[in-house]
Design a protein around this ligand. Structure first.
Ligand SMILES: [Zn+2]
Length: 162
């Protein structure tokens, strides 16, 4: 700090007054800023090491950049509405029956099995096939929530909340 600068402010009553300023109640805007920031702490690049074809079905780290992940994350958190978020999850999943039972009777008795593929949409619109772990990590949602949404979708065979 230059002498000139000190002079300019030497009319301030005391050092104590200045430090009191720092602990003032944060404004609404500042709070929002903080919340947004802490939400972003969840944003992580996949650590699974899936490099994609021809070695692995998942392309978590080969076809995604941090900006794509942020874009996907921001699209998901554009709303805090659970239904809209659930729909978002569904739009980025593909659900298939791995194998069908031979008879209707068997199908009824067997617990429903399904195979779910997860996709992350890049900024350029390309859907990248990722593993479930990456999908969950990027969006910061729990496995149970995803599976519940998918199960509900599977049972009704439609997206009722579109
Ligand atoms: Zn992966």
């Amino acid at each position: 700090m230059s002498e000139l600068h000190c002079e300019k402010y030497n009319i301030l009553p005391s050092e104590g007054n200045r430090s009191r300023k720092k602990v003032k109640t944060p404004s609404k805007r500042e709070n929002a800023k903080r919340n947004r920031y802490s939400a972003k702490l969840l944003l992580t690049f996949p650590k699974c090491g899936h490099v994609g074809k021809p070695y692995q079905p998942f392309q978590c780290i080969s076809l995604l950049t941090m900006r794509d992940i942020k874009f996907f994350y921001d699209s998901f958190y554009k709303t805090s509405e659970t239904i809209t978020q659930d729909n978002f999850v569904l739009k980025h999943c593909s659900v298939t029956d791995p194998k069908r039972s031979r008879t209707r009777e068997q199908e009824k008795n067997k617990p429903k099995s399904m195979s779910v593929k997860y996709y992350v949409k890049r900024r350029d619109g390309v859907m990248v096939h990722v593993c479930r772990q990456s999908f969950m990590n990027i969006l910061g949602v729990k496995k149970d929530r995803i599976l519940n949404v998918v199960k509900r979708y599977k049972e009704s065979n439609e997206m009722p909340w579109r």
